[in-house]
Design a protein around this ligand. Sequence first.
Ligand SMILES: Cc1ncc(COP(=O)(O)O)c(C=O)c1O
Length: 435
Amino acid sequence: MNTSNKDLNHKIHQNLAPSLAQDWPMILIESAQGVYLNAPDGTKVMDFTSGIGVTNLGHNHPKVVNAAIEQMKKVAHSAVGIVIHEPILQLTEVLPTVMPANMDMFFFGNSGAEAVEGAIKLARYVTGRQGIIAFTGGFHGRTYGAASVTSIKSKYRKHYHPFVPGIYFAEYANPYRCPIGDTPEKAVEWSVESIHRLFKHFIPPEEVAAMLVEPVQGEGGYLVPPAAFHQQLREICDQHGILLIFDEVQTGFGRTGEMFGAQTFGVEPDILAVAKAIANGYPLSATVSSREIMSQWLAGSHGTTFGGNPVACAAALAVQEVFAEEHILDNAKAMGKLFYDGLVQLQQQHEFIGEGRGVGMMLAMEIVKPDGKKTPDAETAMKILNSAYQAGLLGYMAGPDGQVVRFIPPLIVTEKEINHALEILEVCLQKIDAK
Ligand SMILES: Cc1ncc(COP(=O)(O)O)c(C=O)c1O
């Protein structure tokens, strides 16, 4: 690639929609391998974003790349239905062995938003009910149905009204910021009460098709709720014949230290939306459910042209082999703990870190003003991100105010790399203190 910075800037702003082109930090890369992004000038950056939870096995894992290449040589596209191919069928047999119980029937798509759309449509179709309860601060994607259940930022909804009707929002259990008390118990109580308020004032439970929830809120700021939150949702759904949908687009495929958030919290959903890391970078997603539920979704009621692409399915099969052969979950748990402990230590040293938190390899620091009121401080969060990036560590922002600095390292990261990342952070945070 032979593009000067001036050229690049011009092309980005001339040719890419500003809705996309004003993101941060817009690094021009030539290649990527494992934990590293490689720029054309030879500089390397440690990628602790994993393309927002996609390249969980590191960039260009050789086994996944080879599987994709071999499949490409055979056939690269099949509109599933007109023809069928071996990788998709194999995948339907492999995935249930690592998924929560009864997740054994699949509708494959291309993106996370599509998987969420499928989940909502399936829930409405099989229950004959219209209501969907989603949670404040959630993010589910940019297509209309997915944007309609998204409430992290009003910016994502501005100018797009009206949204899909029949959607109601309850409170997510956030023990760091709970209006009735910052404890796990109060956070669960606050959330459950908000659901009962919806039932009482807005929609009776018998008209609710599904509750849609992220096991850990991703874009919302890596908010890890108490397990009791998900257990209570399960109970309320069972009581009223409501389907529980887990959006595991970001939590899925090892990110929480288990293969899925459902396993981390010990709660089984009725429908699962997965995407991102399923094929380590090749576009693939799935709406998944039990045979009992999904077999009611009759012919022609949902479809796709590209979904279940053979190359992406072959890559997804290789991903599962790598998870088993390289004991990826063990590494995710161990390295996640190392990083988490480091963040908690940093929190103790710097007043502006309100909370160091996370689960598995979803790790974050919430940045607040030192005013004793937990006022979100996006400006300092951005300074930390910029300074870490200058030192060779790429993280990303999250949270409704952009006040959260999050890290999404590839699950193959080594102890040496985690320690290096923590050293970089320590220096950056000291610089902030010194100002
Ligand atoms: C929890 C969750 N759901 C859905 C999506 C949308 O996925 P996609 O961007 O692939 O449509 C995202 C993307 O970040 C996500 O984090």
